[in-house]
Each structure stands twice: as structure tokens, then as C-alpha cells.
Design a protein around this ligand. Structure first.
Ligand code: HPA
Length: 273
């Protein structure tokens, strides 16, 4: 593998397909405490991250991020759901953190759905609310395309205009309305972590136009766009960003409470794709 190589090894693809899982049309990355979506998968085949040779070995593991991929169907849609992701704050590059998106591209998926737990930056957001990501701000200090020379005969300069697909957002809004889940659109700022933000940093990202802040998602979305996958991104607000006394346990707990709505929403969207 050369620097900037975004491919996923044939062994990874084989290991996944040998489980009996179908080629996914949609790959979903389930964030902290949002892994319950996998329960909605029918005709399940489960592959551990450990059985995917290229899956990044993080320096640390964080509770609440179970490591497996669940393949199967939601409705008639073939899906692969990554339960747990590897974050840059665990000491891996953005390229490695974006493994699920590289995997999605290697398997010919058309859509990447990313969910995450995030801190609410906008004063209009309270814990438990779901934000449909309209755009992002990359403040992670890394980019998964570093060293990439672009697709065959192309350049590495990927447009990030409309990265969060408008049509997918419309579907999500329509489905949310139908099933009675409230969503608001917003901008996600991705920071490196693992520290939570200082109040000054929260004020900074708010001024910059962010509504939510988190430590993931940006690398995967960039890779998805590099390969032309459509992206749907959803944040679950687990806490007020920059507030005193945020704990990972609290973030997981809030995730659990609002998980049902987010799971129902993503499940209903997937069954329609
Ligand atoms: N900041 C960054 N990431 C997060 C937060 C937060 O407040 N909550 C959950 N993930």
C-alpha cells in the first residue's frame, strides 16, 4: 500500500462477502450508543472488525463502540452496518478512521449513512434532539485524502459542495414527518478530540456557523465524496457542548434514550432506498 492509497484490500472484501452478507447498497456507520440499528437488519451476517485485516487497529478502545459489521437487509435494501468506528483521537489517521467509507466504495455501495453523538452548539438545540447534517467544517487538522492522487487520470481536488446530499435530506425530512420524529438541519464541526471543547472553543465554532460539534464523521464523508457516494448524516445531540461536567457515560446514556427515534428514522429511510 502506498501513501494516499484509499483502496481496501481484496482480503477485506472477501472476508466480508464470505460471511454470506450481500453487497450493500447502503453502508451505515453507527455512532456511540447508536448500534441498535443493527437489530432491524434481516437475514443477518455478522463480521467482526478483527476479521477485516485492514480495519485500523486503534491505540485505544473506547467503551460504547462495539466492533462489528452487520450485513443483511432492511426492507429490500442490502445494507452493511458498522457498529462502532475508529476515531482520529484514538491515534489513527483520518484515512484509517475513514475505513468504513473506503470499504463502502470497495463494495460498490451507493450511499453512506453516518450517525454520531454530538454536542449541541446552537442554543436552539437540547440533548435528545436529532440534527440532519447539512454541511460540515473540518477542524480535525487531518484529511483522509492526504497523499491521494485522485481517481485514475484525475486529481485529488474533491468538491465538497453539497456533500450532504439534498435529495437524501429531503427523504429523511419526509420520513421523519411521517413517523413523527423531529429533526432540524444543521452544520457539524468536526474536531480532533479527545478533549471536549472549552467554552471558548464552543463560542468559536458557533461564530463559524456550527450547530453541533463532534469528533468523527468528517473523514468518512470526505472519502465518500471522493468516490461519489451520496451521504446522509445525522447527529444525536447528547449534551450541551462546552457545559461543565460532560462525561462519556452521560453521552452514552443520552444516546440510549434518543436512540429509538434515530433508529426508527434511519431504518425507515433505508427501507425506502
Ligand atoms: N463534543 C464533542 N464530541 C461530542 C460531544 C461534545 O460535546 N458530545 C458527544 N460527542
Amino acid at each position: 500500500m502506498s501513501i494516499g492509497d484509499l483502496s481496501v484490500a481484496a482480503e477485506d472484501v472477501e472476508a466480508y462477502l464470505e460471511s454470506g452478507a450481500p453487497h450493500p447498497r447502503v453502508v451505515v456507520i453507527a455512532g456511540s450508543g447508536l448500534g441498535g440499528l443493527a437489530d432491524a437488519v434481516e437475514r443477518q451476517h455478522v463480521v467482526s472488525h478483527m476479521d477485516l485485516p485492514g480495519f485500523p487497529k486503534a491505540g485505544t478502545s473506547v467503551r460504547g463502540h462495539e466492533g462489528r459489521v452487520v450485513g443483511g437487509y432492511i426492507g429490500d435494501t442490502p445494507v452493511a452496518i458498522f457498529q462502532g468506528r475508529v476515531h482520529c483521537y484514538q491515534g489513527v489517521s483520518a484515512r484509517d478512521a475513514a475505513y468504513p467509507a473506503r470499504f463502502a466504495a470497495a463494495l460498490g455501495a451507493e450511499v453512506l449513512v453516518v450517525t454520531n453523538a454530538a454536542g449541541g452548539v446552537s442554543e436552539d438545540l437540547a440533548p435528545g434532539q436529532i440534527v440532519l447534517i447539512r454541511d460540515h467544517i473540518n477542524l480535525m487538522g487531518d484529511n483522509p485524502l492526504l497523499g491521494w492522487s485522485g481517481p485514475e487520470g484525475g486529481t485529488p481536488f474533491v468538491s465538497m459542495y453539497g456533500a450532504y446530499d439534498k435529495q437524501m435530506r429531503s427523504i429523511a425530512v419526509a420520513v421523519a414527518e411521517e413517523i413523527g420524529v423531529t429533526v432540524t438541519e444543521g452544520v457539524y464541526a468536526g474536531l480532533l478530540g479527545p478533549t471536549y471543547e472549552t467554552p471558548a472553543e464552543v463560542a468559536f465554532v458557533r461564530t463559524a456557523g456550527a450547530d453541533v460539534v463532534g469528533m468523527s464523521t468528517v473523514p468518512e464523508v470526505i472519502v465518500a465524496r471522493a468516490f461519489g457516494l451520496k451521504v446522509l448524516g445525522l447527529s444525536l445531540v447528547t449534551n450541551v457542548a462546552g457545559a461543565s461536567g460532560i462525561s462519556h457515560a452521560e453521552v452514552l446514556e443520552a444516546g440510549k434514550h434518543a436512540e429509538e427515534s434515530l433508529t426508527a428514522l434511519v431504518g425507515a429511510v433505508l427501507s425506502r432506498l
